[in-house]
Design a protein around this ligand. Structure first.
Ligand SMILES: C[S@@+](CC[C@H](N)C(=O)[O-])C[C@H]1O[C@@H](n2cnc3c(N)ncnc32)[C@H](O)[C@@H]1O
Length: 312
């Protein structure tokens, strides 16, 4: 993990209290911490940095990790295609990430991509601000994103059919800056970042996957600046009780709180001057993009992801 990130980090167990870590460094090289323990001076929680990967998810347990579908090689390969398929000139690749990136105005400061998977949007943000961080609860995704950051290329085995595989190599374009990105294992419901430390925040296809969507939005609001901040949320709003109890859904219901559609309810939350996401956001644009996931060469999932870009 790049050492400069230490200035932003706080203990995710003590929120909303803000306690920067005591850092016990084992190995570092050229501004990169390879192994260390981050210790909270308040609650004494300890978070390892192992082979450069900081593990800052306070809710992670080994059994949750094994059960996490985003930890398997097959899903990593599927997301590598989804994020970088256009770089191998795949005729079926989706243009979703460049469309989302085009919505973010270049500005000074730090970008945070929550649930950023294998890193495409974080790399895109490295061209639009000073530094970009991708966080995800999946260790496998974060390891893949860091591999790309360090090596600038990665061999990926794409499933063709059954046991048949096709090897491709993903190479990052020069404009995406490895010195301006970092990837951490962290939880979007308990972000290990200081209040108002983030200038551009993105949440792509995540809000319907977390057990408490409103907690994710509150965390987004805590860490983003009160002024000169941008927020991009995009989601298919595929509410399911597998991800969150129905009471927690921010849409997809006929009555009660958050009745109606998810995008309209998120917009209402963002723009409410006295609401819990104040200071209020101004909506710049809403719309939708087609986002694609590939399972094998004859099987793709086509998902309409509805977005709102807001600023304040
Ligand atoms: C549907 S994928 C979307 C990935 C990426 N944002 C994109 O649009 O390509 C959801 C991602 O959120 C991650 N995730 C799920 N729950 C999370 C949480 N509580 N905090 C952070 N990441 C989470 C998953 O590991 C996965 O990478």
């Amino acid at each position: 993990m790049k050492k400069r990130l230490l200035d932003l980090l706080i203990c995710p167990c003590c929120l909303p209290g803000e306690y920067p870590f005591i850092v016990d460094i084992g190995r570092e090289h050229d501004g990169d911490i390879e192994s260390a323990t981050l210790i909270c001076p308040e609650c004494e929680a300890r978070f390892p940095i192992d082979e450069g990967v900081a593990m800052l998810d306070p809710h992670a347990t080994d059994s949750q990790r094994t059960a996490n579908k985003y930890e398997t090689d097959e899903v990593v390969s599927s997301y590598m295609w989804s994020h970088f398929g256009d770089l191998i000139a795949d005729e079926h690749a989706s243009q979703a990430y460049s469309t989302w990136a085009g919505l973010m105005q270049p500005q000074v400061g730090v970008a945070l991509d929550a649930g950023g998977a294998v890193g495409r949007f974080t790399f895109e943000m490295s061209t639009r601000c000073d530094f970009a961080v991708g966080i995800d609860t999946s260790h496998a995704f974060i390891r893949a994103a860091r591999h790309l950051m360090q090596e600038r290329c990665m061999a990926v085995s794409l499933k063709d059919e059954g046991l048949l595989r096709r090897e491709v190599t993903i190479r990052l374009p020069d404009k995406w800056r490895s010195d301006r990105v970092e990837f951490l294992v962290a939880n979007a419901l308990a972000l290990p970042f200081r209040r108002t430390s983030i200038d551009l925040f993105s949440s792509l296809n995540l809000v319907d996957k977390v057990p408490s969507p409103i907690r994710h939005l509150r965390e987004m609001n805590r860490v983003t600046r009160d002024t000169k901040a941008q927020f991009l949320l995009s989601d298919p709003f595929s509410w399911s009780t597998e991800a969150a109890p129905m009471e927690e859904w921010l849409g997809g219901k006929c009555d009660g709180p958050f009745a109606g559609k998810g995008l309209a309810n998120v917009v209402a939350l963002l723009t409410d001057e006295r609401g819990e996401l104040a200071p209020a956001w101004q909506v710049d644009e809403t719309g939708s993009v087609w986002w694609k996931i590939r399972t094998h060469c004859n099987h793709y999932e086509l998902i309409r992801s509805c977005f709102v870009h807001a600023s304040r």
